[in-house]
Design a protein around this ligand. Structure first.
Ligand SMILES: NC(=O)c1ccc[n+]([C@@H]2O[C@H](COP(=O)([O-])OP(=O)(O)OC[C@H]3O[C@@H](n4cnc5c(N)ncnc54)[C@H](O)[C@@H]3O)[C@@H](O)[C@H]2O)c1
Length: 320
């Protein structure tokens, strides 16, 4: 059992606190926004109840048990006091992360491993020199108590032993760590998601299809095969000459990387920032985030259970 501090209690932070607690670790959680820290309690309890109902939580885990396993702290120093692993899950802003790392350097135990959950940032240049040896990225996917992939990568000066400690910790919690040989922004899965995101924004901005139609194309067209075959095993079923022809006879070029999307900007300007605000691309019917997370989690749990039974024809578990 490790003493784990989770910094940031937002979309990812509250869920990561729950993951480590369920993994048997003792967790302290903090956020610079007291309202977010307070909200984390209800979000963790709802997620735990959903997991427990599906038989995916350890026996006897109740809200009271959770309150013991995850304590919430207003002060950074108190949160990281005695921490062995510090999970950084604050806002994806390099200036905010740099400022936090400087503050951490002053208060964190010297041997604490600092594991950032950053989605795209090269955080290593943001970290004070003395902390480089014990700094790495461990990047999770939302909701991390259901999505098993964790991208792990060290920086130029990271001690391989720190990488191995986090890999082993994550694997022992039943997750699927992938240790990358070097940092690339977006790792593997986020790069692929980004490519999909660019296409989707282009289709929306060009008025080719609605949000509902695009999601229908993904859910009914692309999604069914992915969990069984991934992309490259699916290519073997497609036949590789067909892929050669598709490349050679491309009728369009993928959208260029752009800094903004008109349809996205318009939604955000209207306060439609997603589930947390009750609306984004979709109207979420006045339901609060806890209810919506629960509805999503129930479906993900059922799908995960089914996939375990079905098995995959691609991926690392083939070697297991
Ligand atoms: N949302 C996702 O699906 C997702 C998935 C994987 C990784 N990530 C990464 O996880 C990190 C957090 O993302 P999120 O979606 O949870 O963001 P979020 O905005 O929901 O939460 C970030 C939290 O950090 C807090 N914060 C900001 N500065 C702080 C500080 N100095 N000390 C303590 N708390 C501070 C904010 O108050 C906020 O509650 C980012 O690096 C993001 O790239 C997000």
């Amino acid at each position: 059992m490790a003493r784990v501090a989770v910094l940031g209690a937002g979309t990812m932070g509250h869920a990561l606190a729950l993951v480590f607690a369920l993994g048997g670790h003792s967790v302290r959680l903090t956020d610079s926004n007291p309202a977010t820290l307070a909200r984390a309690k209800g979000l963790m309890e709802t997620a735990l109840a959903t997991l427990a109902e599906a038989g995916e939580a350890p026996d006897g885990w109740t809200a009271a048990h959770l309150a013991q396993a995850v304590t919430r702290h207003d002060s950074l120093a108190e949160c990281v006091d005695g921490a062995e692993i510090i999970v950084e899950a604050i806002v994806e802003d390099p200036d905010a992360k740099r400022a936090l790392y400087a503050a951490l350097d002053a208060v964190a135990p010297p041997e604490a491993i600092i594991a950032s959950n950053t989605s795209y940032l090269d955080i290593f240049p943001l970290m004070p020199a003395a902390r480089q040896r014990r700094t790495l990225i461990a990047h999770w996917y939302t909701p991390p108590y259901l999505v098993d992939l964790v991208d792990i990568v060290g920086g130029p000066q990271t001690d391989p032993a720190a990488v191995e400690t986090v890999r082993a910790t994550v694997a022992a919690m039943g997750k699927q760590p992938i240790v990358m040989r070097k940092f690339v922004p977006g790792y593997i899965a986020n790069r692929i998601q980004s490519a999909i995101g660019l296409e989707v924004q282009q289709l929306l901005d060009d008025g080719v299809a609605t949000a509902e139609e695009i999601d229908a194309a993904i859910i009914h067209g692309i999604a069914l095969r992915l969990p069984i075959l991934g992309v490259l095993a699916k290519a073997d079923f497609t036949g590789l000459p067909m892929m050669q022809l598709a490349l050679a006879n491309r009728m369009y070029t993928p959208p260029p990387v752009r800094g903004a999307s008109g349809s996205l900007d318009a939604l955000v300007a209207r306060g439609r920032t997603g589930v947390m605000a009750g609306a984004g691309f979709y109207d979420w019917g006045g339901k609060d985030p806890e209810t919506l997370f629960e509805e999503r989690d129930r479906r993900l749990l059922a799908l995960r259970r089914a996939l375990r039974e079905i098995g995959t024809m691609a991926g690392l578990e083939r070697d297991a």
